[in-house]
Design a protein around this ligand. Structure first.
Ligand code: COA
Length: 160
C-alpha cells in the first residue's frame, strides 16, 4: 500500500532489521535486542511492517503484531523521533485494521504503559478501550500495563 503523505507500508525483510532497531533504540528506555526482532521474523504468526518513504531506504516507523486465532495482538509500534506527528503510526494501525478485517479477526489487542500519553491518545482516538490492568507488567520499573482492545467484525468488548 502506498500513501502519498507517509510512504509505502510493506513487510520488513531480515536485511532491513538494523533500521528497525535504530528506531527501537531511539524510542524506548529498555529497547528490545536485535535478536528478538530476528526471532519474530521466523514465526509464522508474526508480522513486521514498516513505513518506507523512499524505495531502498530505511523504514521510519514499524509495527510488529501477531495473528492468533481471532485476535490480532500488537506487540510493538514505534516511529523514528524525527518523523513523529506525521500520521505514520495512525497509517500503520489503519492498514492493520484493514488486514484484520480481511482475515476475519474479532479483536485488536495491545498492552500500554499508563504513563505513555502519546500512545494512549493514539489508541483512544482509534477506538481502543481499556479492558484491564496487568499489575507490575513492565520489569524495568514495575509499572502496570493497561490492556486495550478494539473489537472488530461486530464483536463486543470482552467483559472486564
Ligand atoms: C506513540 C507513537 C508510536 C506515535 O507515533 P506517530 O507516528 O508520531 O503518531 P501519529 O503521527 O500517527 O499520531 C496520531 C495521533 O496520535 C496522538 N499522538 C501521537 N503522538 C502524540 C504526542 N506526542 N502527544 C499527544 N498526542 C499524540 C495524536 O492524537 C495524533 O494525532 P494528531 O497528530 O493529528 O494530533 C510514537 O510517539 C512513538 O514511537 N513513541 C515511542 C514508542 C512507543 O511508546 N510506542 C508505543 C508502545 S505501546
Amino acid at each position: 500500500m502506498t500513501c502519498e503523505s507517509t510512504g509505502k507500508i510493506r513487510a520488513i525483510q531480515l536485511s532491513e532489521l538494523s533500521g528497525v532497531h535504530t528506531i527501537e533504540r531511539m524510542s524506548f528506555p529498555n529497547p528490545w535486542p536485535l535478536h528478538i526482532f530476528k526471532q519474530e521474523l521466523t514465526h509464522s504468526w508474526s508480522r513486521l511492517w514498516g513505513v518506507f518513504p523512499a524505495e531502498g531506504g530505511a523504514p521510519v516507523a514499524f509495527l510488529l503484531f501477531w495473528l492468533v486465532y481471532d485476535e490480532v495482538h500488537i506487540l510493538n509500534i514505534a516511529t523514528h523521533p524525527g518523523h513523529r506527528r506525521k500520521s505514520l503510526a495512525r497509517s500503520l494501525l489503519a492498514r492493520l485494521q484493514e488486514e484484520s478485517l480481511r482475515v476475519g479477526a474479532r479483536y485488536l489487542t495491545l498492552e500500554v504503559r499508563p504513563s505513555n500519553d502519546p500512545a494512549l491518545k493514539l489508541y483512544g482516538e482509534l477506538g481502543f478501550e481499556v479492558v484491564g490492568v496487568r499489575p507490575r507488567y513492565y520489569s524495568d520499573n514495575g509499572e502496570d500495563a493497561l490492556g486495550m482492545v478494539k473489537p472488530l467484525n461486530g464483536a463486543s468488548v470482552p467483559a472486564r
